[in-house]
Design a binder for this molecule. Structure first.
Ligand code: 13P
Ligand code: SF4
Length: 339
């Protein structure tokens, strides 16, 4: 079936939005977006969520095409879970510093050094790294999963060292950690945060566990993007300091327009340096183009897909049931159906 695309080169935003909606219908597509995406992309998505929510959604959708507005490893997870669907993302260069910090060859050597350790791997990694892992975790289920592992079982974790340190402290488990980190969450400044907290003593700090320990010790709440969102919505305070990528503030303002959200400061006292450069590669124009071209498309060879699927299935098996405090999430998250 053919479809006419008579759109001029530079399109006004309203025209782009209506064309994206038209293409979505035409291709029987679903648009999934992460909380770190540009606000305009979050607003047009069918579903916005954290890594775990998005993987559940990708596994359960009956659309023919998954348009993934997030970074490449997230789209790759969608393809691993839904191999018969076409998975596209606006910019194939949208990577992740955690994925880059964990090259497969070096990781294989690291893994081989600890044959008696169970390998928990943060979902922010390549499909190849997943094939060498026992259980995938996200920031919203990692603690819950670790607490199910017998105390006698040794644990190793990759690739986020900050998340690993946070979990080791929270669960009281010793873990061998891969030395990777997220460039975005490393950029917050402890000195500037203390200054801001002094100026705003009533504003609780909500932080992502990818932040270094010196920052997390000042946080009243630590959790995944959706848990941070639920925290600010349910807390009685009307002012918050947010120590994660500022894209999430868009959703906070939508859900709680009467509250104030201040991004945690970077080294220069501002927070603009904390925008994820990979997430920012996805723009409305590129989203439109990828829906016209049905590409760039994510491909995962079948052998890798099957091997990467196992630790993801283990993750779903050991994850809590959908515990969200946001009514819209309760309606939108369906049970994963693994291919
Ligand atoms: P969440 O799973 O909390 O959304 O985290 C994803 C991520 O990339 C954080 O930097
Ligand atoms: Fe990766 Fe950090 Fe960007 Fe999240 S914020 S996608 S961990 S680089």
């Amino acid at each position: 079936m053919s479809v006419a695309f008579n759109i001029p080169q530079k399109k006004p935003a309203a025209e782009l939005l209506s064309e994206i909606q038209r293409l979505k219908k035409h291709h029987n597509a679903v648009i999934l977006a992460h909380y770190y995406q540009d606000g305009a992309i979050q607003d047009l998505a069918d579903f916005v969520g954290d890594s775990l929510d998005l993987s559940r959604k990708a596994a359960a959708t009956d659309a023919d095409v998954i348009v993934f507005c997030g970074v490449r490893f997230m789209a790759e997870v969608a393809k691993i879970l839904s191999p018969t669907k076409k998975v596209i993302l606006p910019d194939m260069e949208a990577g992740c510093s955690l994925e880059e910090s964990c090259p497969p060859q070096e990781f294989a050597e690291f893994r081989a050094k600890y044959p008696d350790h169970i390998c928990l791997t943060y979902i922010n990694c390549s499909a190849e790294i997943k094939t060498m892992s026992d259980i995938i975790v996200t920031s919203s289920n990692a603690e819950y999963i670790i607490n199910q592992i017998p105390k006698s079982q040794k644990i190793m974790m990759a690739p986020d060292e900050n998340l690993g340190k946070y979990l080791a402290k929270k669960t009281g488990r010793d873990m061998i950690l891969w030395p990777g980190s997220c460039i975005v969450h490393e950029r917050f400044s402890e000195k500037e945060l203390i200054k801001l907290k002094t100026e705003m003593p009533d504003a609780p700090v909500a932080a992502h566990p990818e932040c270094p320990p010196f920052l997390l010790r000042h946080a009243e709440h630590v959790g995944s993007t959706s848990s941070i969102l639920a925290y600010v919505l349910n807390h009685s305070s009307d002012k918050f300091i947010i120590a994660t990528e500022p894209g999430i503030i868009h959703q906070m303002k939508k859900d709680a327009p009467h509250k104030t959200f201040i991004g945690a400061p970077g080294q220069d006292g501002k927070c603009s340096c904390n925008q994820c450069p990979y997430m920012a590669l996805n723009t409305l124009e590129k989203l439109y183009d990828c829906m016209v071209n049905l590409g760039p498309e994510i491909e995962v060879d079948e052998k890798t897909r099957r091997a990467a699927l196992k630790p993801l299935e283990k993750m779903f098996e050991m994850s809590p049931s959908m515990a969200s405090n946001r009514p819209q999430d309760q309606q939108n998250i369906t049970k994963p159906v693994i291919a």
